[in-house]
Design a protein around this ligand. Structure first.
Ligand code: C5P
Length: 237
């Protein structure tokens, strides 16, 4: 798959998640499993999704000492997921260790999961970063610098807002992957997201993949909404 539309499976119960996925029966999806779902249901949920033919972005945002991250990544690679991530704030050695761990854990003949980094969380604004984290720079400068460090450490890309994609591409080249949440249709409510773009706008800005949660998971007609957003994303409307 080239440029995925990834559905964030932020659904609070197994029953509701199953009902949601049943609507897509026969479709092979790309889904994001976050901390809440993984901590609640663990490996079986990954096995279940894989058996159903879905690809998986396991969004656990690892951040620890290099040795721990390496061994954890080996365990995650053994799950056969497609994308995993770390916090770039863990530094170069930690990110290199993450990649090494994935290489160790990837079974012979299988593809290593893509490894991407979180630069700064979207919940972090410049004032918080400067006053609490004591990083006394402009936010875009920090995002670009962390993205460069991720690339230098052997990562495949970053999670970022679609508006940051041109900046990331300038810093790291067009091939560096950008996975962008904060996606809405014109008609959708924003929820807690502040800066959003449509799938077509994300595509124009150069996103490699988009992450869509509530627009699809809270839709009264999730399959139709998914197909509409996919068409908008892929530009075949
Ligand atoms: O429902 P919504 O489309 O806002 O969901 C977006 C998903 O992407 C959620 O799972 C959220 O945690 C995740 N995410 C985000 N912003 C980031 C990183 C991840 O919204 N910077």
């Amino acid at each position: 798959m080239q440029r995925p539309l990834i559905i964030a499976l932020d659904i609070e119960s197994q029953k509701k998640r199953q009902a949601f996925l049943d609507v897509f029966s026969g479709q092979s999806l790309y889904v994001k499993v976050g901390m809440e779902l993984f901590y609640r249901e663990g490996r079986p949920v990954i096995e279940e999704l894989k058996e159903a033919g879905h690809q998986i972005f396991l969004d656990l945002k690892l951040h620890d000492i290099p040795n721990t991250v390496k061994r954890s990544m080996t365990a995650l690679a053994q799950l056969g997921v497609d994308i995993v991530n770390v916090h770039a704030a863990g530094g170069q050695k930690m990110m290199e260790a993450a990649r090494e761990g994935l290489e160790v854990g990837t079974k012979l003949g299988e593809i290593r999961p893509k490894l991407i980094a979180v630069t700064q969380l979207t919940s972090t604004d410049e004032a918080m970063m400067q006053n609490q984290l004591l990083i006394n720079r402009a936010l875009p400068e920090v995002v670009a610098s962390y993205a460069r460090l991720s690339k230098l450490s052997g990562l495949d890309g970053v999670v970022c807002s679609a508006q940051e994609v041109p900046l990331i591409h300038d810093a790291c080249g067009e091939e560096f992957l950008t996975v962008t949440p904060g996606i809405r249709r014109e008609s959708d409510s924003l929820g807690d997201q502040k800066r959003v773009v449509t799938p077509a706008q994300a595509s124009e800005l150069g996103s490699w993949g988009i992450v869509v949660g509530r627009s699809i998971t809270s839709s009264a007609t999730p399959l139709e909404t998914y197909l509409e957003m996919k068409t908008d994303w892929e530009g075949t409307a």
